[in-house]
Write a protein that binds this ligand. Structure first.
Ligand SMILES: [Zn+2]
Length: 217
């Protein structure tokens, strides 16, 4: 076999996905005559984001695009790294904060998605993953306080009063309806958050990547 890169001579060396691999004697690079999975193109990048955000899981994306599962996972991580938290310049807005429960790897390891949305625009201001500790919730709240909010609506969790000034805090249960509805949308649109299925996140990094793609792409 002739090398694709330098036209040198390739010899058989090792295999991948039950296919013979060849190693170039001149440049030392590996290649195969035919590949099981295709390479990821720029169009595939867009497809992966789109599919991820409409409730298709890793398996589904892989079989639809013809890219290997491992590659889809890597691509999602890679794409999400490019996404920066949006720079928001607004003040005197109303926000809703909530925590959504999910699991990582097994039922015993629970994780919360703590996030804040603008009540009117429904834009996700910030989010963090982890236990419902003062530290984690504090990260989201400080992003809000930075924007000089008019009011912050939360549930009755006892951590909030210590973080938000009483004058701008409200725990009225009917005032968090936007974010409660957002929770349901999130559960429908991200496969790993679907209820009553065997879908779940294997790692916190992957959950974070998928959320970033959903919130800010
Ligand atoms: Zn070569």
């Amino acid at each position: 076999m002739e090398c694709k890169h330098c036209k040198g001579i390739c010899i058989k060396k090792g295999c991948q996905n039950r296919r013979q691999k060849y190693c170039c004697k001149a440049c030392g690079r590996y290649q195969q005559k035919t590949y099981t999975y295709k390479l990821c193109t720029a169009d595939d990048d867009q497809n992966i984001i789109k599919l991820n955000n409409i409730g298709v899981g890793i398996n589904g994306i892989a079989s639809f695009t013809g890219i290997s599962k491992a590659n889809v996972v890597n691509k999602i991580k890679q794409l999400s790294k490019k996404i920066k938290k949006p720079v928001i310049t607004e003040n005197q807005q109303e926000y809703e904060v909530d925590e959504m429960h999910t699991i990582i790897k097994s039922k015993s390891s629970s994780c919360y998605i703590i996030y804040a949305i603008n009540k009117n625009t429904k834009q996700v201001i910030d989010f963090t993953l982890g236990a419902r500790t003062k530290e984690n919730i504090g990260k989201v709240i400080s992003a809000l306080v930075h924007l000089i909010p008019k009011k912050i609506f939360t549930d009755n969790l006892n951590i909030y009063p210590g973080l938000i000034a009483k004058s701008i805090h409200s725990t009225n249960q009917y005032k968090t309806n936007r974010i409660e509805r957002f929770n349901l949308t999130l559960r429908t649109h991200l496969k790993r958050l679907n209820r009553r299925t065997i879908c779940f996140s294997k790692s916190i990094a992957m959950l974070e990547s998928c959320l970033k793609l959903y919130f800010w792409q």
